[in-house]
Write a protein that binds this ligand. Structure first.
Ligand code: URA
Length: 423
């Protein structure tokens, strides 16, 4: 098999054979195919897609690029959640300890920021001392002791996704149903969980903003999960506006702790509780997650997880020194605050990466001082922009030029959970 033939076949709209797919995924993982060739094939897939059979083989090849974790030693039922990526989406930081406090075990393998969306690992690494690189034994040990663990997929788990994910982040090749579905499901199937709930984002901040595409993505992933013996369901959730008030890294950890302390913003609490209920239902645990947020048991579990992963839950989080506000051009009610624009602004302020392997800023990000439905007077701040480098403000403000709509009256309140998709 030659890489150029595989790229040409897909570029011209042809079908890839099982042999071509397995070879390409293996060869790229083994550094035998160059980044530029993989990038070219990814772009061809963005345009041409993969059919059902190609996707099944592509996903199976990504899983087979590494091992599948054995969680048989965990005495509780295992269940996890994965989001297709959003702005201000810090749900994982709250949800994993929450379902653990309810009696499930969540072996959460997470990713880094991708495009305009944040990554759970980048957020957690802002906690002084926190380690995301655990081997299989340590991951199982934390999971057993605490009931949840949030870490990077070790080098042995879906290594093909690790390379492809980083490459897609910097080559404009994220937005594709087969690429997103195979990326998410290869990691989640390899982590060995019994059950999985997918949080498929819909709206401007999502990679695939429209509802029909989001539904197709959800159905595709639910089908891949079932084919590999993982009980999988999906919720389509709203991502028109940033989730909660903070978008960035440390700023989102701070908001997660507020939420675990029972003081979270309504939209974030609603999505988190709905996902928790779906997760607990899949593994037949009859517990009330709202109670675990109120009584402090979820917060205690979060602290135990941070300590178990060498972090200090009491240590102050890093803050970006440079701040500037984005003010309301007129008075009224915020009718729209565009999630993607806020995500791009946070990315440009330093919360995300511009190049493969670059570090992210711990403190950079955007704080939404007003959200849709909130009143604002002319000249009052709507957003606070934070960065380490004031040279970044101009570019970030440009991203926000059409982000805000102010109207005379409040918009209709939006349901956060739009649809539920079960196998
Ligand atoms: N999350 C992932 O893990 N992969 C994607 O491709 C998109 C979101």
């Amino acid at each position: 098999v030659h890489a150029v033939d595989v790229i040409r076949t897909k570029r011209d709209g042809g079908r890839l054979s099982d042999e071509q797919i397995r070879w390409f995924v293996d060869a790229y993982t083994a550094d035998e195919v160059a980044h530029e060739q993989a990038a070219a094939l990814l772009m061809a897939i963005v345009w041409r897609g993969l059919d059902r059979a190609e996707l099944a083989t592509w996903t199976a090849a990504m899983i087979a690029s590494g091992e599948r974790l054995d969680l048989a030693s965990i005495e509780r039922p295992t269940v996890d959640k994965h989001s297709t990526g959003g702005v201000g989406d810090k749900v994982s930081l709250v949800l994993a300890p929450l379902v653990a406090a309810c009696g499930a075990a969540d072996p959460m393998l997470s990713g880094r920021g991708l495009g305009h969306t944040g990554g759970t690992l980048d957020k957690l690494e802002t906690i002084p001392g926190f380690r995301v690189d655990l081997d299989g034994d340590e991951m199982r040990s934390v999971l057993k002791r605490v009931g949840c663990v949030i870490c990077a997929a070790g080098p042995g788990l879906a290594p093909a996704d690790k390379k492809l994910y980083a490459l897609r982040d910097v080559t404009g090749t994220v937005e594709s149903i087969p690429l997103i579905a195979s990326s998410i499901m290869s990691k989640k199937i390899a982590e060995g969980t019994d059950a999985l709930v997918l949080d498929v984002k819909v709206g401007s901040g999502a990679f695939l903003p429209d509802i029909d595409t989001a539904r197709r993505l959800a159905e595709t992933m639910v089908e891949l999960g079932a084919a590999h013996g993982v009980k999988t369901s999906a919720l389509l959730t709203d991502m028109e506006a940033p989730l909660g008030r903070a978008a960035g890294n440390a700023v989102e950890v701070e908001e997660s702790i507020e939420t675990l302390s029972g003081r979270g913003p309504d939209d974030l609490v609603e999505v988190t509780l709905e996902l928790a209920r779906e997760m607990l239902a899949l593994v037949a645990i009859d517990a009330d997650p709202a109670q675990a947020l109120e009584d402090g048991s979820a917060l205690e579990t979060y602290r135990a997880m941070v300590r178990a992963q060498s972090g200090d839950p009491e240590a102050p989080l890093p803050e970006a020194p440079e701040r500037r506000t984005f003010d309301a051009p007129r008075g009224g009610v915020v009718a729209r605050l565009d999630a993607r624009a806020v995500g791009v602004a946070a990315w440009r302020l330093g919360a995300g990466r511009a190049r493969l392997g670059h570090p992210v800023s711990a403190g950079a990000g955007v704080i939404c001082l007003r959200k849709p439905g909130d009143e604002v007077a002319k000249g009052e701040p709507v957003l606070e922009l934070r960065t380490d480098d004031p040279g970044r403000f101009g570019h970030a403000l440009e991203a926000l030029s059409d982000a805000l709509e102010i109207a005379g009256e409040a918009p209709e309140p939006r349901a956060m959970v739009i649809e539920r998709i079960r196998a």
